[in-house]
Design a protein around this ligand. Sequence first.
Ligand SMILES: CC/C=C\C/C=C\C/C=C\C/C=C\CCCCC(=O)SCCNC(=O)CCNC(=O)[C@H](O)C(C)(C)COP(=O)(O)OP(=O)(O)OC[C@H]1O[C@@H](n2cnc3c(N)ncnc32)[C@H](O)[C@@H]1OP(=O)(O)O
Ligand SMILES: Cc1cc2nc3c(=O)[nH]c(=O)nc-3n(C[C@H](O)[C@H](O)[C@H](O)COP(=O)(O)OP(=O)(O)OC[C@H]3O[C@@H](n4cnc5c(N)ncnc54)[C@H](O)[C@@H]3O)c2cc1C
Length: 633
Amino acid sequence: MNPDILRERQNATFDIEKLTNILDGGAERTNRRREIREVLVLNDPDFDYGTPTSLPTMILKLREYGISDPVEINWYKSMYWGTGREALGLHYVMFLPTLYTQCDSEQFNKWVPLIIGTYAQTEMGHGTHLRGLETTATFDPATQEFVMHSPTVTSIKWWPGGRNPLFLPLIFLSIPLSASLFDLFLSGFALPTCSGIVIGDIGPKFGFDAVDNGYLKLEHVRIPRENMLMKYAQVKPDGSYVKPLSSKLTYGTMVFIRSLIVGNAGIVLSQCCTIAIRYSAVRHQSEIRAGEAEPQILDYQTQQHKLFPLLATAYAFLFAGQYMIDTYNRISGDINQGDLSEMPELHALSAGLKAFTTWTANTGIEVCRMSCGGHGYSRSSALPDIYVEFTPSCTYEGENTVMMLQTARFLMKSYRQVQAGQQLSGAVSYLNKVHHRVMAPQAVSSQLDLNLNTLVDLYEIRAAMLVELAAQSIQQESARGKCQEDSWNNSTIDLVRASDAHCHYMVLKMFRDKVDQIEDPGVHSVMSTLAHLYAIHGMGNFTGDFLQAGVLTGAQVPSVSKCLKGLLAEVRPSAVLLVDAFDHHDKMLNSVLGRHDGNVYEAMFEWARSSPLNRTEVHESFHKHLKPLQAKL
Ligand SMILES: CC/C=C\C/C=C\C/C=C\C/C=C\CCCCC(=O)SCCNC(=O)CCNC(=O)[C@H](O)C(C)(C)COP(=O)(O)OP(=O)(O)OC[C@H]1O[C@@H](n2cnc3c(N)ncnc32)[C@H](O)[C@@H]1OP(=O)(O)O
Ligand SMILES: Cc1cc2nc3c(=O)[nH]c(=O)nc-3n(C[C@H](O)[C@H](O)[C@H](O)COP(=O)(O)OP(=O)(O)OC[C@H]3O[C@@H](n4cnc5c(N)ncnc54)[C@H](O)[C@@H]3O)c2cc1C
């Protein structure tokens, strides 16, 4: 083991295993995750990663082992495929969950065990604006069929991932009977026997290469009436339409996956922090004091400033992901029982946190890559591949700006309710104080109050202020004679800013609540330090907001920076141990820089030598192209 890494792991001030257990949701979950990793994948003689049979092997193994819990599926897949995506991601995270949540019992029993599918909602002309989707599904009572049709070039289904060229069960979103509503259809087409279908691949993408994203054009293709997913809405044999309790129930799968993406952003950021911090512990470069040995780059304050706030953010997002999934499970359970009262809040929370966490993690991956210098740009680091695979999460499952505006819609509605004298509960209850003006900034002392509860309060006041400013912008636009829609559009910068601040407050609050639950003194101490670092780093990035909210004075601003530097120094001794607690296996991380043993240089040389370009002393292209050319010169 590299001596630097070895030294970093001595004198631990907290129990790493206990922290790993907290991240997994308990020791039993850690044991189960490791069982899946060690027994069901790594030590499975059939484990054949990287071969053409990998995908079918994985599917059969998941069924053989009876793994159906989404989190356990993700554990198995991420061990099997490492940090990359695989062609069936969409089947597991969208197609199956849609069948689970939108099929009636007969359909569920008929389809779920048997098929692999994709989710074809987006069209060439519309991905965000679902009410603009053009694909039609017209019911023909005479034949008890729906006629599926792509009326325009912009209605061609575009992007469905994992498009299977031979058999095409897919979930469709189409406009059946009325433009305002659309429903889900399962369409099993066996190509090429089924006429009226034009299918293909949309062509090379920025990345996401393991997933074949396709296109699908339908020309009056008929499917049985029974293929409409009928848990919430039905078309009866006589053609009558039974509306769902809410037209937004059709959007349920997107809320589910957005909820998953929150925790996934934490996982991806934790992978990158593991790579960058372990590498920074073994990389020596330049000098701090003339004549002395080159220091570990982790001892540069700027390197700590790049990486340690991201380390704190990774923990924050992992805890936010746990909260999000628990909240999703609770509220979707209520929805299943017909109680839709918290559906708007679930939508607003999942939409906002999906955007907030993916934007932050997307930027953070690049900071981790650049903090590793040239070796960070090598594919051997795994960081370029992680970035390429993660960055579309800011676009898919709801483009982030649009998602932030959905959260803003909920915040504005909540603000108006408070103005009308209603008492709010849940995540927006802090807006009650705005109305009663108890949001007045606390007596701001000359010293920064570092109590975590106080910091959460300051973020709450900042969010409330920005919500109020956005609402006032809309009111001012209306007062200038603008219609409601234009008043909204002319305030969308403020609205996104308010949603971002609301999400930032929510994430810090979840972090603080999780820290409060930690009983082990050593783990509590180090997590409290990270939560402080997350809060203070945010105050440094958004100082203007806190000044504008009146919860920070100009005189206190220097102490924010001073406090930040102190916290970076406090985290330094535990940095490698904190990434060890993420428990990312070398085989899954697939990074020469992030190896657990820290033996980077030897591994990098071996990695380079294994490159196809080094298979022969002289590359065949010399003999094929250059040598004949030289002979002519
Ligand atoms: C096992 C796996 C584990 C881990 C995996 C982790 C991560 C996964 C990683 C990768 C996943 C793999 C591949 C991903 C591939 C991506 C697949 C896709 O992209 S599928 C397509 C996704 N498309 C979208 O998300 C479309 C976005 N657009 C919309 O959702 C809607 O058009 C809109 C923007 C919300 C607007 O909808 P609409 O116009 O109908 O609504 P209004 O804005 O007018 O608002 C009206 C009213 O409705 C409420 N509302 C809107 N949406 C919802 C909802 N979903 N739920 C509840 N309520 C909703 C809205 O709040 C308004 O309410 P009101 O204010 O009127 O009370
Ligand atoms: C890798 C990848 C995989 C995908 N897989 C699938 C899949 O399997 N199935 C599927 O159905 N789809 C899939 N998609 C499509 C994806 O869901 C859409 O791309 C996404 O919903 C964004 O919609 P859009 O492309 O129409 O972008 P647009 O909405 O056109 O966004 C373009 C710009 O317009 C802005 N904008 C749009 N509306 C508003 C508004 N109301 N207010 C302010 N600004 C606005 C956006 O902020 C953005 O800046 C995938 C996409 C990617 C990148």
